[in-house]
Design a binder for this molecule. Structure first.
Ligand code: URA
Length: 443
């Protein structure tokens, strides 16, 4: 089977067979299919799409492209969560600690920043000493002893996704429904999850820009998971504006710490409660949504989630004094505000533009081999949320930069990303919909 025939079949709108997808994925992992052919194939999929059957076959080919993890010698039931990617999305840091302290251990393989969206590994690595490269033995030991572990995807686990993910990031092929669904689900399946809560983001700061597209992605992933015997829930979370106020690696850790200490921005805290609720429900640790929410709130208020986070940082080699005192986290030398040119209601905070601005400041990658600057980013003012009122001259946000030219470019780009209207504007819902297995709940 020639790779070029698989590419041209997809380019011309054909439906790839399981054998063709297996051959392509195995060839790519072995190195027989070079990056340029994989890039051409990904672009063909981007334009032509895939049927549900093809996407499920691609997911399986990727999930079993390397080793798979079986954690059942450590825990009887494995619950995992995954966000489809957003701007300011530091949810795992808070939710992992909340549910772990409530008896739902989380052993998670996370990703790096992708396009305009940040990555959990990059955020955690802004804590000096924090290691996301863990061997299997340590992963299991920490899962059992601490109940929370976040590691990079090892090269052996779903290696096809590891390679394709980095390639897609730099070839304009991220926002493709079958490629996102297979990427996310292959990792979750390979990592041995029994139950998966998907946090599917929708809006300008997400790969799915409309609610119907996000629901389609969520339903596709729920169907793939169920087909492979997993318990599934998906939330459709709003990403039309950044989640919380901080965007940028260390800045987001600082915000996660504040939230774990019972402070933090309301939208981010409530989103963490929503995701925690679903994880507690799917694991059977809570029996009603109300009980699950109450437990999650208590864990934030009584300091137990914060204590769990500290234990987690310590276990992975992070300098805990840097989360106890976030002023010790990496900080950018230059900080400047953007002020509101007029008074009025915030009508738009374009999350995608904010995400790309942070990438350009050095907080994300332009090429897959780039390293990220942990210190740079953007922090919105509390009132820079859609629907809130601002006065002319109020600071809208602060840019944290390494160099003067980058700072100036970021400020002028962000000035165009924020729209202020004279009339009142409705705030978007935090969660548009919850899709629980074989049932849909509108919120
Ligand atoms: N998150 C992933 O893991 N993969 C994607 O393709 C997009 C978001």
């Amino acid at each position: 089977m020639r790779t070029v025939d698989i590419i041209t079949k997809k380019r011309d709108g054909g439906e790839l067979t399981r054998a063709e997808l297996d051959a392509f994925i195995q060839g790519y992992v072995r190195g027989d299919v070079p990056d340029y052919q994989a890039a051409a194939w990904a672009m063909a999929v981007y334009f032509r799409g895939m049927t549900h059957g093809e996407t499920a076959a691609l997911t399986e080919a990727m999930a079993f492209s390397g080793e798979t993890l079986d954690l059942h010698d450590t825990l009887p039931f494995i619950v995992d969560k995954h966000s489809s990617g957003g701007v300011g999305d530091k949810t795992t840091l808070v939710v992992g600690a909340i549910v772990a302290t409530l008896g739902v251990p989380v052993g998670k393989m996370s990703g790096r920043g992708l396009s305009f969206s940040g990555g959990t590994l990059d955020k955690l690595e802004s804590i000096p000493g924090f290691s996301t490269r863990l061997g299997l033995a340590q992963f299991k030991r920490q899962l059992k002893e601490v109940g929370l572990v976040v590691a990079g995807q090892t090269q052996d686990l779903a290696p096809a996704d590891g390679k394709l993910y980095a390639l897609r990031d730099v070839t304009g092929t991220v926002p493709s429904l079958p490629l996102i669904a297979s990427s996310i689900m292959s990792k979750k399946i390979a990592a041995g999850a029994d139950a998966i809560v998907l946090d599917v983001k929708v809006g300008q700061g997400a790969f799915m820009e409309t609610v119907p597209a996000a629901v389609e992605l969520a339903e596709l992933m729920v169907a793939i998971g169920q087909r492979l015997g997993r318990k599934m829930t998906a939330l459709i979370g709003d990403m039309s504006q950044p989640l919380g106020l901080a965007v940028g690696n260390a800045l987001e850790v600082r915000e996660a710490v504040a939230t774990l200490q019972g402070r933090g921005p309301a939208d981010f805290r409530e989103h963490c409660i929503d995701v925690s609720r679903e994880m507690l429900l799917i694991s059977g640790q809570a029996h009603t949504p109300e009980a699950a929410e109450a437990a999650a709130r208590r864990a934030l208020e009584d300091g137990s989630a914060w204590a769990k986070f500290r234990a987690f940082v310590t276990a992975q080699g992070g300098d805990v004094t840097c989360v106890d005192d976030p002023d010790r986290l990496p900080a950018a030398p230059l900080v400047a505000p953007l002020v509101a040119p007029v008074g009025g209601y915030i009508a738009q905070v374009d999350a995608r533009e904010v995400g790309y601005t942070v990438v350009d400041l050095g907080g994300g990658r332009a090429r897959k081999e780039d390293s990220v600057d942990p210190a740079v980013g953007v922090v919105l003012a509390e009132s820079t949320k859609v629907g809130r009122y601002v006065k002319a001259g109020d600071p809208l946000l602060w840019v944290h930069a390494r160099a003067e030219d980058a700072l100036a470019a970021a400020v002028s780009r962000l000035a165009r990303a924020i729209q202020i209207a004279p009339d009142e504007v409705d705030a978007p819902p935090l969660v548009h919909q919850v899709i629980r297995q074989a049932q849909t709940t509108a919120r």
